[in-house]
Design a protein around this ligand. Structure first.
Ligand code: MF3
Ligand code: CO
Length: 265
């Protein structure tokens, strides 16, 4: 190899490895995402429309001098995805969708700061939700934490999917297989696809510098998905409730570093 050869290998199996400085940039972008999600969580309540939430996100984004990642992506018409009850992901904010007591709302948001992308989602209870709904939301949240625990160098990509699937199926829920998480960096979607199911011990080894957006989508009923006529809104085929959480996670020598955590020291 020539003397010009890079001193550091930057790709493993097509997955870009980020330097510590690049991870710091990704952390900035993800802090902005967490800030916007915090702002939305404060406002989301009975009587508020999902378009009102879109407006909150746009305003906060401007204040933070960042760019939206979803708006215009493959023609997506908003900066936010707002997915209520049986909507799994990619719900488009609307003025005529007013939140009501007992709703379960997934909010997914992505932003670019200085050319680096952040991506995260949370499922929020609106008013008082049923115990059944709360259990689904909590199981989905914990399944993401179980997946994050697998983000240590030397583990394999498949360990992430198995962590999600084994956790939620034990509780009688199903994993949505039609959508996956992804690598993230200068682009919102980079290799690899991060499945939320499949056997442990398979796939590329996780190594220091990989950054993954992990996003389990979990249905109370069956795993079936239907896409509505707008070409985006993904709903459960059986009309059952669905929940979704997402974090952008860097793999470091010290294990997982959750870049999109609200209070990250
Ligand atoms: N977090 C989702 C994803 O990673 C959100 C994308 S919405 C889109 O795919 F509109 F931008 F596609
Ligand atoms: Co994502």
């Amino acid at each position: 190899m020539s003397a010009r050869r890079r001193l550091r290998e930057v790709h493993v199996k097509g997955i870009e490895l980020k330097t510590a400085a690049q991870i710091a940039k990704l952390r900035e972008a993800n802090r902005i995402v967490a800030d916007v999600l915090d702002a939305i969580a404060t406002v989301a309540a009975v009587g508020v429309s999902t378009w009102d939430l879109e407006m909150v996100a746009r305003r906060r984004l401007k204040e933070l001098a960042a760019e939206p990642a979803f708006l215009g992506y493959r023609g997506y018409p908003a900066v936010l995805c707002t997915s209520v009850n049986s909507v799994i992901v990619h719900g488009i904010p609307r003025k005529d969708l007013v939140l009501k007591d007992g709703d379960v709302l997934s909010v997914d948001f992505g932003a670019f700061k200085d050319g680096w992308c952040g991506d995260s989602a949370r499922t929020l209870p609106i008013g008082v939700i049923s115990d059944k709904a709360a259990a689904l939301v909590e199981a989905t949240r914990v399944s993401l934490e179980k997946a994050i625990e697998q983000c240590v160098p030397g583990n394999r990509l498949g360990d992430i999917g198995w962590a999600v699937q084994s956790y939620v199926e034990k509780r009688g829920y199903s994993v949505v297989e039609q959508f996956a998480g992804h690598g993230i960096g200068r682009h919102m979607h980079e290799p690899p696809q991060v499945m939320n199911y499949g056997p442990a011990g398979r796939g590329p080894r996780l190594s220091v510098g990989m950054v993954l957006a992990i996003e389990p989508m979990v249905n109370e009923g069956g795993p079936g998905v239907v896409i509505e006529e707008d070409g985006w809104t993904a709903v459960t085929k059986d009309g059952s409730l669905s929940a979704h959480f997402e974090h952008s996670v860097a793999i470091t020598e010290n294990g997982p570093l959750v870049l999109s955590r609200a209070q990250n020291g």
